[in-house]
Write a protein that binds this ligand. Sequence first.
Ligand SMILES: *[C@@H]1O[C@H](CO)[C@@H](O)[C@H](O)[C@H]1NC(C)=O
Ligand SMILES: *[C@@H]1O[C@H](CO)[C@@H](O)[C@H](O)[C@H]1NC(C)=O
Ligand SMILES: *[C@@H]1O[C@H](CO)[C@@H](O)[C@H](O)[C@H]1NC(C)=O
Ligand SMILES: *[C@@H]1O[C@H](CO)[C@@H](O)[C@H](O)[C@H]1NC(C)=O
Ligand SMILES: *[C@@H]1O[C@H](CO)[C@@H](O)[C@H](O)[C@H]1NC(C)=O
Ligand SMILES: *[C@@H]1O[C@H](CO)[C@@H](O)[C@H](O)[C@H]1NC(C)=O
Ligand SMILES: *[C@@H]1O[C@H](CO)[C@@H](O)[C@H](O)[C@H]1NC(C)=O
Ligand SMILES: *[C@@H]1O[C@H](CO)[C@@H](O)[C@H](O)[C@H]1NC(C)=O
Ligand SMILES: [Zn+2]
Length: 744
Amino acid sequence: MEEIEMESKEKKGDTGQGEKSHQITSNKRIILIVLGAIVLALSVAVILLGYSLYSESTKPKLCLTDECIASADRIITSMNMSVDPCDNFYEFACGGYVDTHSYYERGYVDRFEELGDIISYRVLRIFDGGILPSMPETVKQAIEYYEKCIDEETQKKVGVEPMLNHIESLGLPRIPIQDDTAIEPSPWPQVLMKGEKLLAKTPFFLFLFEQLNETTHHFTWRAYSPAFYENLFRILLETFNDHLEGDGVDASRAAKELMDLEKKLEMARMVYPSEINERLMTVAELQAQSDLNITSDDPNRFDWSEFLTSYLENSVLKFDIEKDKILVKNPQVIKDTFEVLYNTPPETIELYTWFYYFYSMAPFTTPDLYEAFIATDIYSKLFGGPPKNLKKRCIYFARDIFHNAISYEYLERYFDKERKNKTEVIVEDIHQAFIQLVEGLDWMDEQTKTFAMEKVDAVKPNVGYPKWFFVPGALDERNFFMEDVRGDWLTMNINKFVVALKKYDPYKFKNDTNWFGMSKIEVNAFYVPKHVSIYLPAGILQAPFTGNGLASLNYGAIGAIIGHEFTHGFDKTGQKYDKNGKLNNWWSNETKENFNERVQCMIEQYSKFHFPELGPNVTLDGKKTINENIADNGGMREALIAYDLFKLRQVGNEKMGTEDLHDLQPDLPGLTNYTHKQLFFLGYANMWCQNPSPSILKLLLKWDVHSPGRVRVLGTLSNTKEFAEAWNCPTGSKMNPADKCVVW
Ligand SMILES: *[C@@H]1O[C@H](CO)[C@@H](O)[C@H](O)[C@H]1NC(C)=O
Ligand SMILES: *[C@@H]1O[C@H](CO)[C@@H](O)[C@H](O)[C@H]1NC(C)=O
Ligand SMILES: *[C@@H]1O[C@H](CO)[C@@H](O)[C@H](O)[C@H]1NC(C)=O
Ligand SMILES: *[C@@H]1O[C@H](CO)[C@@H](O)[C@H](O)[C@H]1NC(C)=O
Ligand SMILES: *[C@@H]1O[C@H](CO)[C@@H](O)[C@H](O)[C@H]1NC(C)=O
Ligand SMILES: *[C@@H]1O[C@H](CO)[C@@H](O)[C@H](O)[C@H]1NC(C)=O
Ligand SMILES: *[C@@H]1O[C@H](CO)[C@@H](O)[C@H](O)[C@H]1NC(C)=O
Ligand SMILES: *[C@@H]1O[C@H](CO)[C@@H](O)[C@H](O)[C@H]1NC(C)=O
Ligand SMILES: [Zn+2]
């Protein structure tokens, strides 16, 4: 999924693994929401009072819908009106936000996080409400999973016994190296075959079945690092010992022995950059590569066709062992890995295999083993890991496999389905706006314009959720986990791996538009270059992004986001793909040169943004953030044209006038001084209000491909002449520099 662009603060780049944790406690959360409601109620009273004073006069009508009042409240409380909008529009629009939104809980706060918190809180309440008879079966199953997850009493009562029974069934001892006089180790290839059947996992290597497209399937062999280290072995084994009567494992000795093997495996997995390669191999070729350090009659020999035959037995996957090929990442790792394995004593292999399957199941047994697992997990340390709070953590796990169920129930309760329809109208306006933009370009030749236009027309918008989402029965039909993820907490989790890897067929419903298993309630938006598609999950189709009561605010916010995603198809990366999502140069040399020149202007411009609070010479990396900045700037321009298209429709007018079109919508209470055009820009800036702690800001500057909110406002708007016009900013003021950079 590396090609997916994320709009909000980078949630570490990969939607698949380890989302950012939400660590605010539920108590504080409730207090925040209650307080928010009081503030809102007060401002309603004040605004209503103000209205009654003026209602007899000839002032334009006020918008007093719930949405408008909420928008007015949010915008006013975010602003710092003593700042000159032509000097620093970010401070003007967001100075109040920075002053009132604490980053102390998480080191960071912005509109995306705020809305995400509300969504998470509502999901939690849905799950805590329990199963209702009217729910689709899949939603019931998700809640059942959640209930088993939070039921720590039962987990404690059940203990480690079922896990040990599973381990024994693989031909492994229940408790390893307890007794040196123990029986002969089981032959390891057979143990791995049984382990793979139980958990769809093997130690030593990762064996994945990938479907490239509808007709071509293949296996991928990858080196794999579980990120083991000596203390992890020791801590988990000691925690395990607490559950045993009598003697446990000699944790220190086992940890040492495991670590010795782990170090050798790490060496074998090491690949020098010059050696990175991949090869399609038949099973026979893979076997030859694995056999380099063993004779063919050795009982320890790992027999691939036997393993694969067993692998395919309880799977929906089709693979011809005689003919089909396996994609092998870094073939020499196979040779090196097997050389290590063949030169390791069977007892050590058995111990490592025991530990590996113990490690795969232990987090789903007792609470203390889960705690030990998470405390030693490198990935959680790096990326935050699951939330600490039990209920939040259980939702987090449930989202992994039941994200459709969670999205369904959330949207049923909280989403106005008209919102999808209304957003599709804005998407179409942005599409038309991009066409107008391309038509008007003076740096692009006609031929390249034709190709650009074709690509604009090819962009597929996916708004809210897929078409099938609320078709009765469709959710259950697409739930591959329906039958197998049942039973107790451990069984549900074991089977979850097996179904995800071996029973999930992404091409079974090939007419569905592909949402990549992405949640529909995420507060984010995406562009996927190879699919020439934009995705706007229903999660982001809420205030302050849209649903703001006035078109000016909606076009300035969600309009600019949609434009941003469209423009990704034409940024430095996106421009390399044609209308079919294939790498293909559709540019003439001269136009490409013009494009590069404009891109260079923007790189240099953004590299001049300073962050004095972090030190004297800290600047933005204009190169790293260029695609996002191109998208922000283009998105703004498209949103402006799209807003004009809205205004034309509003007056039933066919002609595009030369003078500014008037927006006939009523004024925003408390902000009647501002024109709708000005509100458009306030709506844009308000969406990017954020408050990062200095240390997080530093990290963002280093890792995030997006510019911080401040720059998204200042950079984009200072390049937009319509902004300077709307706010009467004199040429040469900070927000209206004489030199502007425009790509799209
Ligand atoms: C608002 O801006 C003024 C002028 O820059 C500044 O002195 C003041 O501290 C700001 N207020 C807040 C709440 O940030
Ligand atoms: C599927 O992928 C294979 C390998 O990349 C390719 O040869 C084949 O043409 C593709 N088939 C379709 C239908 O796209
Ligand atoms: C396997 O590797 C070991 C150590 O690298 C070596 O001593 C041994 O001769 C090799 N055996 C075969 C059959 O290649
Ligand atoms: C939105 O809904 C209205 C009425 O339900 C319908 O006429 C219109 O075509 C829909 N628009 C889109 C873009 O789906
Ligand atoms: C899937 O799409 C194809 C081609 O558009 C169509 O012929 C077929 O009827 C569709 N199948 C279903 C189940 O909708
Ligand atoms: C365009 O540029 C490429 C690479 O620089 C060059 O090979 C090609 O001949 C150029 N085409 C024209 C028409 O100038
Ligand atoms: C900041 O940059 C200027 C000009 O490049 C340089 O003279 C100065 O020493 C730098 N200061 C620090 C603290 O790096
Ligand atoms: C609105 O405009 C009037 C007249 O220009 C001015 O006196 C007043 O301070 C403005 N109010 C706000 C909230 O900016
Ligand atoms: Zn982006």
